[in-house]
Design a protein around this ligand. Structure first.
Ligand code: PBG
Length: 325
């Protein structure tokens, strides 16, 4: 057994070539998913104030943005719709001419090879801002399921490649799988937000998506942040209901959850580096307090090291540019 002075761990760190040779984890452009916000109207490209560098696009503009994302080699986008009209049932979510359905069509027309993943959740479409149907002041699980299934089906009919339910209702993966299969979409994968925590890190997203709940909060359906074992039950439930890829969200404060899920299950694991994580980095960078490229690459490497295969991140565009340079 070699010990110091024969053993010197610094030998393999001496040059960048040596470090690259023994590097254990790499962030690849092919691992990244870029989220896009779509609003109604035309010619709109409006920056989200708490997320510098992130914009809300009208359907005509989002197609251009998606082309640029594809050109950079990013394999997938995740779409969020912000409808003008909201109601109690979130009916814009499953209307054939809904905002996301329009966006999917224009993106698939101009960038057919780019994977279009859609967020399936009612919160942006309901007048009360909750992720499901409200009955007697509470979010009703079972009444929400058929609406989510209709929404997922509408996305797939418009051309979505993958649907990603983020509502945290029990049984939604099964309901969506059945609805898709019944209509001949057996080949469409479900990426479930399996372990989604009730997190303060979603703050900037709610500004971007105008989806803040009008009463109460999401703690009766999203997970309690201190829990780890429960995340394994959530993931197991979604896999049993037919999820093809499972997601942990947020990423940074939940790296231990990513690791445990990776070690316990064999399906692909995605992690969502959410809006608040992005906003913290951007705020410090704009103050000149942090080196953006180094900090972002270190954060994304930590998510890969924790065991994620896929990273959904608002930094994806920048990262793709850095990796290509
Ligand atoms: C919809 C949804 C949210 C996010 C993704 N899908 C917000 C929420 O649950 O309140 C958050 C994404 C982010 O913060 O970047 N339910």
């Amino acid at each position: 057994m070699a010990v110091f002075p024969q053993l010197r761990l610094r030998r393999l760190r001496r040059t960048e070539s040596l470090r690259a040779l023994v590097r254990e984890n790499r962030v690849n452009i092919g691992d990244l998913v870029y989220p896009l916000f779509v609003v109604e109207g035309e010619g709109i490209r409006q920056e989200v104030s708490s997320m510098p560098g992130v914009f809300r696009f009208s359907p005509d503009q989002v197609a251009q943005e998606a082309q640029e994302v594809a050109r950079l080699g990013i394999p997938a986008v995740l779409l969020f719709g912000i409808p003008e009209h909201k109601d109690e049932f979130g009916s814009g979510a499953y209307h054939p001419e809904g905002i996301i359905q329009q966006a999917i069509r224009t993106i698939k027309e101009s960038s057919p090879q780019l994977l279009v993943i859609t967020d399936v959740c009612l919160c942006e479409y309901t007048s009360h801002g909750h992720c499901g149907m409200v009955a007697n002041g509470d979010v009703d699980n079972d009444q929400t399921l058929p609406l989510l299934a209709r929404m997922a089906l509408a996305h797939v009919q418009a051309g979505a490649d993958i649907v990603a339910p983020s509502d945290m209702m029990d049984g939604r993966v099964k309901a969506i799988r059945e609805a898709l299969d019944k209509e001949g979409f057996q080949h469409i994968p479900i990426l479930s937000y399996a372990a989604k925590y009730a997190s303060a890190f979603y703050g900037p997203f709610r500004e971007a998506a105008q989806s803040t709940p009008q009463f109460g909060d999401r703690r009766s359906y999203q997970m309690d942040p201190p829990n780890l074992r429960e995340a394994l039950r959530e993931v197991e439930q979604d896999i049993n209901e037919g999820a093809d890829i499972i997601m942990i969200k947020p990423a940074l404060a939940y790296l231990d959850v990513i690791r445990r899920v990776r070690d316990t299950f064999n399906c692909p694991v995605a992690a969502y580096n959410v809006s608040g994580e992005y906003a913290m980095v951007k705020a410090a960078v704009l103050q000149g307090w942090l080196d953006e490229k180094r900090i972002v690459m270190e954060i994304l490497a930590s998510i890969k090291r924790a065991g994620a295969d896929i990273i959904i991140t608002y930094h994806a565009r920048d990262v793709a540019q850095w990796l290509q340079a």
